[in-house]
Write a protein that binds this ligand. Structure first.
Ligand SMILES: [Zn+2]
Length: 258
């Protein structure tokens, strides 16, 4: 697919819309076989309990914990490529995120999505001036493997839609916000590749170019920053401007979570 990203005053996506209605029905069928249980604490009859969802809070700046984003300046300073905000630590939210990615789950789409929306709407000052000063923001989910798009477990796309929706309502926010699948699905782990090749990560490719505006990357989990660095390289080559990245959770050294 090479269609140009859509533009509009409300968030729009260029890839997922035609496929979602069908996959939505599949999700409902799958869910009837798996009774709801909070993956974080095991509480029954909820896809995620309030207490576990509250592990997500005010965005924290975590770029300095991600070694792949570190760049050493000529003066010897260690400066991250761009700011990365996380809503939680992976230690707290990992179980919920793993369950969310394991199979389609429209309840987790809604519960985690609503919490993301709430936090991004009210985040006061956490994002710094960059986000409030931008006139156009394209919210771009990090790419995943093709199977995840087919199986409707591309949760990063769901997060991007909710982040874009929330940013569009901020009074000090940008004039235009879109949610766009700018990256092509990322092939990898194919059968038949040599052991050595399997360890090489597939490159990140853009499916289209944007005409101006600034990009906010979105990912579910930031571990080392490798994926975000790969995204940055693909965008930077094409002269796109990146405001930062927002993740649901980041792997943060123990004892540093406020
Ligand atoms: Zn729970």
């Amino acid at each position: 697919m090479t269609s140009a990203p859509q533009r509009g005053s409300s968030p729009s996506r260029s890839l997922s819309e035609p496929t979602r209605p069908i996959l939505g029905k599949l999700s409902e069928v799958v869910e009837t076989f798996f009774p709801a249980q909070c993956p974080g604490c095991g509480q029954w009859d909820t896809a995620a309990c309030d207490a576990c969802l509250e592990a997500m809070g005010e965005p924290m700046e975590v770029a300095h914990f991600l070694p792949h984003l570190s760049r050493i300046t000529p003066d010897g300073d260690d400066i991250p490529l761009f700011p990365v905000w996380a809503l939680s630590s992976y230690e707290e939210m990992g179980a919920v995120i793993r369950a969310w990615k394991a199979r389609p789950n429209s309840m987790l789409d809604k519960l985690v999505g609503d919490r993301v929306d709430q936090l991004v709407r009210k985040a006061a000052g956490s994002f710094g001036e960059a986000l409030d000063d931008a006139t156009t923001i394209h919210v771009v989910p990090a790419p995943s493997r093709p199977a995840r798009y087919r199986a409707d477990t591309y949760v990063t796309g769901t997060i991007a839609d909710r982040v874009a929706g929330a940013l569009a309502t901020r009074s000090s926010g940008p004039d235009l916000v879109t949610s766009i699948d700018l990256f092509a699905p990322r092939k990898g782990r194919q059968r038949g590749r040599s052991r050595r090749d399997r360890h090489k990560r597939a490159p990140v490719r853009l499916r289209a170019d944007l005409d101006g505006g600034q990009i906010l990357l979105v990912d579910d989990v930031a571990t080392t920053g490798a994926t975000l660095d790969d995204c940055w390289q693909a965008l930077h080559q094409r002269k796109h401007s990146i405001l930062g990245a927002l993740c649901i959770a980041a792997v943060i050294p123990r004892g540093t979570v406020p």
